[in-house]
Design a protein around this ligand. Sequence first.
Ligand code: SAH
Ligand code: SF4
Ligand code: F3S
Length: 465
Amino acid sequence: MTELERQKEYIRKAAGLVQGRGLRYFVVTFGCQMNERDSEKIAGILEEMGYLPALQESEADLLLYNTCTVREHADKRLYGRLGVAKQIKQDRPGMLIALCGCMMQEAEVREKIRTSYPYVDLIFGTHNLYRFAELLYERLSEGRRVVEIWEEHRDLLEDLPKRRKYPFKSGVNIMVGCNNFCSYCIVPYVRGREYSRDPKEILKEVEALAEDGVKEVMLLGQNVNSYGKGLDRPADFSGLLSEAAQIPGIGRIRFMTSHPKDLSPDLIHVIRDHEKIARHIHLPLQSGSSRILSAMNRHYTKEAYLDLVARIREEIPEAAITTDIIVGFPTETEKDVDDTIDVIRKAGFDGAFTFQYSKRTGTPAALMEQLPREFVQEQFDRVLKCVQDTAKERAGRFTGRIMEVLVEGVNEKDPAMLTGRISQNHVVHFPGEGQKPGEFIEVSLDECHGFYYTGHVVKPTGKSC
Ligand code: SAH
Ligand code: SF4
Ligand code: F3S
């Protein structure tokens, strides 16, 4: 019996305990797109067992938190939510609480949950997520707490059932883990070593998604540019992307995340040459100071980063470039932050996520002397202001243009309006004319309101993908 068959067998066995009872589940996802995709697998398994989705936490018979630990703030949010979950459980005896994801890979977190949160029923990690059916069956049939964590991945099982959040778009994992060990980052410790999936498997998954009505896929990895290393037959990311872009039915392809040190000229050409590949590159800068970049173990300099941005702009002038920035890395000075601000001005980012450095136990940077909080806050405010000013300057650059939009849904505030995204990832709101989510249409971007546009439909694109 293969592992996949084994897990399907456990889904059937659990279904025997679940079906006909009208049990409901609710999954709360913290963190990145990888976790979002993992939650879709969890939901898929649960629905196959016979669980129904609950509309809110307080209606759930199984409440699962898929955790993130990239910054301390993420950890705090989980503990806050667990307090609420405890209250809900007091009113709903028999309800199960499960925890999984990156935070569970940390020994001290597990210890804390084990001892101080006795009402948590099931704990598993990132590497054994595919064993969820078996672990839940164990909990359901034996009635005692189940904890299973692996330190490294053994198999990569992607073929389990999945319940997509959106019918028309989907993430696709092309690799797991990370080998970069940026000195501030906990991800390599909780997601393990980098491991690329076979390109044939990935393309098969994208084809199956296209057949199932998906119009947009996002290829996911912590550093997609190093995709293919370690595979028996050599493959690289630009080749994979180019093949994926030719799959009929898929109208748009995104990817996340690119590490600047590995972004090849080939990749820029592939994006330029394939209209279906989104004109959006998320290219985390982290810092504009070459000295800090070296201390962060990022393997590029300020100049190399700016060069890369210039090459992208030259080859793909329409591309939106967004970034991540960390302020307050140990030893960072005002002058280092000036360098970051200089890069922000010169690169002209379309958007930037700005984070205050968060000390993560077990990383090399945690052993360095940490900077005073007030100093970090001051520097952070300077960077944030610069990010906001440059984004504002660039935001309106598509005003008056007619652009292809993928309709994503009805506007939350005004049901007469639809919401969609252009290839550059900007959001557009416009009055609907009967269009459905998943349709490509041409929209005139009439007005820019900072982070989004408003516009009107010009015509369907007629894009059959
Ligand atoms: N693999 C991606 C990023 C994953 S984490 C990459 O390398 O680009 C997402 C973002 O969180 C990072 O880009 C970084 O800006 C931020 N981040 C990671 N660790 C952090 C820490 N310890 N403190 C603050 N921000 C952090
Ligand atoms: Fe973390 Fe660096 Fe890996 Fe990104 S590339 S996940 S920042 S170690
Ligand atoms: Fe968080 Fe894990 Fe993603 S730590 S950012 S959920 S890989």
